[in-house]
Design a protein around this ligand. Structure first.
Ligand code: 9WN
Length: 406
């Protein structure tokens, strides 16, 4: 029943060559959403998963960046803010896009799609694009420590995570008139604040005005983003092998980023973000700090320390895995990325636990299934009551549930 409903959500959100995250709140194509959606679609229609990924990479820029939004020209400008008029950016094929990126979970999605239905031709087609995506990050975003940085909270995919509070405070607020569209659909208590938005807009505007080249007042290394980058390299090694290419450079890069993350971001049993502008760690209790569990080269003692954190700080045994530790003072069970449980973040941690601790992985999976059984395919959930928040019929909640239950 739940599986049939998940497919129904994905079918209803399909726009011909990709899937919108949600009809009303996010009516365009989002980058990491499409990767998660492909992972779920691979379970019932690998063809649709391949189309989803290829359509996203159809909007890849010449410099290799995969924009975080590809706009549907048929959707009225005012339906989402900031829309194409704000970003003023186009992919070589002509699609209007944003100019920032999101965590590179796409190689993993391509690989899972291939596992569901082996298709070397698809892998050969998408491999050079996935490599270019990683090359952009190395060329434009690599620090001397060997880590990849993001230049906007939206690039983390966890927009208003408390981890960004400190560096965001240094960002000038943009009060040049703009109208938020999100609040027409969901309650203001569940979303980032107006102050957050003023800073998001200011950062995006400054980056745009540098032709999407110069990082502005926000430059941080996020553990989730770097973990995704490292997993992408390990996955590219497998894809390269199928394509008859040399996997070694990818293996080396995966090992190097893992080492750099352990050296520079691992502190107090959890991976933390680092502010590139100050060189300081941004201590927080974000669940993003657990996602490096996915890295195949992660040393066992580090993984064990992280698994200890999962149990002790995140208390997920009582319900669903929260996005922020309930033990922390800045935990909020209902506001966006400051505490509620998100299916995609939980899925990433689940991936990391599956081989290392299947017993814990099962508990985490149970939390996802129970959330959806209690409240439907909502965007996010109160981690204790499992009450649903944000949009309804949210695509990645449906897609990843399909993957977990399959
Ligand atoms: C900004 C689409 C996206 C997700 C992000 C999530 C939210 C957008 C917004 O929605 O971000 O990109 O308008 O809040 O934070 O992870 O990709 O689902």
């Amino acid at each position: 029943m739940i599986l049939r409903d998940a497919v129904r959500v994905l079918v209803a959100n399909w726009d011909g060559s990709y899937t919108v995250p949600s009809r009303r709140l996010y009516p365009h194509q989002w980058s990491w959403d499409s990767a998660f959606i492909a992972i779920g679609n691979a379970r019932w229609s690998p063809r649709r998963a391949r189309i989803e990924l290829l359509s996203l990479f159809g909007a890849q820029w010449r410099d290799g960046r995969v924009p975080h939004i590809v706009f549907n020209p048929a959707v009225p400008e005012g339906a989402y803010f900031p829309g194409p008029e704000f970003w003023q950016a186009h992919a070589p094929g002509g699609s209007a896009t944003s100019g920032i990126v999101q965590p590179p979970v796409h190689a993993l999605a391509a690989w899972k799609t291939h596992l569901a239905e082996p298709d070397p031709a698809f892998l050969r087609r998408i491999y050079p694009r996935l490599v270019a995506q990683q090359e952009f990050l190395r060329a434009a975003r690599r620090s001397p420590e060997g880590l990849i940085s993001i230049v906007h909270p939206w690039e983390s995919g966890m927009d208003n995570s408390p981890a960004w509070d400190l560096p965001l405070r240094a960002v000038r607020r943009d009060t040049v008139g703009f109208v938020r569209r999100d609040l027409a659909t969901v309650s203001a208590e569940e979303r980032p604040t107006d102050r957050d938005y003023e800073r998001y807009v200011s950062l995006a505007r400054a980056y745009r005005d540098s032709a999407y080249r110069a990082p502005g007042e926000f430059q941080v290394e996020c553990p989730l983003f770097n973990a995704a980058y490292g997993v992408a390299e390990s996955t590219l090694a497998r894809i390269a092998q199928v394509c008859g290419l040399d996997p070694e450079p990818h293996e080396r890069e995966a090992a190097a980023i893992t080492e750099a993350m352990v050296e520079h971001l691992f502190d107090g049993g959890l991976f933390q973000a680092r502010d590139v502008r100050t060189g300081r760690l941004l201590h927080s209790s974000s669940t993003a700090g657990l996602t490096p569990l996915m890295l195949p080269h992660l040393p066992d003692e580090v993984a064990e320390a992280l698994i200890g954190s999962t149990l002790d700080r995140f208390a997920f045994k009582d319900g669903a895995l929260p996005s922020y530790s309930p033990a922390a003072l800045d935990f909020d069970p209902a506001r966006y990325w400051r505490g509620p449980s998100w299916i995609n973040l939980t899925w990433l941690v689940w991936q990391g636990l599956k081989d290392r601790r299947p017993d814990l992985a099962d508990l985490v999976a149970e939390g996802m299934v129970n959330s959806v059984a209690r409240s439907g395919f909502r965007e996010y959930f109160d981690p204790f009551s499992l009450h649903g928040h944000g949009s309804h019929d949210f695509s990645w909640s449906a897609a990843l549930l399909l993957d977990v239950v399959a």
